[in-house]
Ligand binder design. Structure first.
Ligand SMILES: *Cc1c(COP(=O)(O)O)cnc(C)c1O
Length: 350
């Protein structure tokens, strides 16, 4: 495949350090851009990171055909660059594209484009522990037309952002029973930009009450739990790790969720994907067997929950003495940062 490369004259890395940089604020020297027009992908280019010139009528800004992915690259102990499970993100990206009536992005543009881009900007992969290079592929509709219809043209892009340790102190969660993130038949399983826009009001309300994020519940009864803001959720009940099942299409199929299920099994847990209600959680809490609650996602990896509140019922967790979430996080980051063997073939070498 032909990818045109235009290099920067001078790397921005000369003026900055990659140590402890905040998440999602800085971008590497280059980006990938491709256009979909008249039924085909063209103008596939890697070029200096720069602003886009867009018409104000650009369809995505009005009707929200916009999807994205989040992936991380690491510098291995052998000095090579590795990406964590990018093939899974590639597949999910096209599942999101289908749901949003957007074109499929071919594997060679997504995977080979990402590989070439990271190869070019490989000096931007931080070396320090808990640091990584965050990869953000995204696609949006680009017709300069404000009639409501699927766009004829789209732009696919990849930008890269070096990231220091993600701030993930244990958080307090408000179980949402008024607002809705996703309903069966909706777009909950797609990594669609609008899902985030739609969630921010509820999260802001929860913040006013002193909570960090909400745990979404089902749209009909607000009885069954779905996921937390940007993360999937796990409950350790007795010797079982439970996470809500995906079958209603209301939950994002997280790559970290899938990896966590695999590692939790290796740690000796029974792992169940099933419908789980807030009542089940409260019963387990009253019985003293709801030991831990944590979220999983690419950005923060594993985030411990120290409080879960449903109406007036408050469940608190002794995160300082929790064993599972820290052990799971250690095992996962050891694989990603090359300290443990990659026996599942999760690391994709650049
Ligand atoms: C991206 C995302 C996740 C986490 O998925 P990972 O593949 O583990 O990063 C969970 N929930 C939502 C809503 C997301 O958008």
């Amino acid at each position: 495949m032909d990818i045109n490369i235009t290099r920067v004259e001078r790397s921005k890395l000369n003026e900055m350090s990659l140590e402890n940089i905040p998440f999602g604020r800085y971008y590497t020297d280059h980006m990938l851009e491709a256009d979909y027009e008249n039924g085909e992908w063209k103008n596939i280019e890697i070029k200096p990171y720069q602003p886009l010139l867009m018409e104000p009528s650009t369809a995505a800004l009005h009707y929200g055909q916009a999807i994205f992915e989040g992936i991380k690259a690491y510098r291995g102990k052998d000095g090579n660059a590795y990406i964590f499970r990018p093939q899974d993100n590639f597949k999910r990206f096209n599942i999101s594209a289908e749901r949003m009536q957007m074109p499929q992005v071919p594997e060679d543009i997504f995977m080979e484009g990402m590989r070439m881009l990271i190869d070019l900007d490989r000096n931007w992969i931080p070396e320090n522990k808990d640091h990584s290079l965050y990869i953000r592929p995204f696609m949006f509709s680009s017709d300069p037309v404000i009639g409501v219809k699927p766009s004829d043209s789209y732009k696919f892009m990849i930008i890269l952002s070096p990231a220091g340790p993600y701030y993930n102190a244990p958080i307090r969660i408000y179980v949402e029973e008024k607002f809705v993130r996703a309903a069966p038949g909706g777009v909950g399983y797609a990594k669609a930009a609008g899902n985030y826009g739609a969630s921010m009001f509820a999260t802001a309300q929860a913040k006013k009450l002193g909570y960090d994020q909400v745990l979404w519940t089902d749209a009909y009864e607000h009885k069954y739990v779905q996921e937390i803001g940007t993360m999937n959720v796990f409950f350790i009940i007795g010797d079982t790790a439970i996470t809500p099942s995906l079958e209603e299409g209301t939950i994002l199929n997280g790559v970290t969720r899938e990896s966590a299920m695999t590692i939790l099994k290796e740690m000796g847990f029974k792992v169940q994907e099933k419908k789980i209600s807030v009542d089940d959680l409260m019963d387990a809490h009253k019985a003293g067997i709801l030991y831990e609650v944590f979220g999983t996602g690419t950005a923060a990896t594993i985030t411990q929950i120290k409080e879960l509140r449903y109406k007036d019922y408050v469940m608190e967790f002794d995160v300082d003495n929790s064993k599972t979430a820290p052990e799971l996080k250690k095992r996962l980051t050891d694989i990603r940062e090359g300290r443990a063997a990659d026996k599942h073939g999760w690391m994709y070498k650049i």
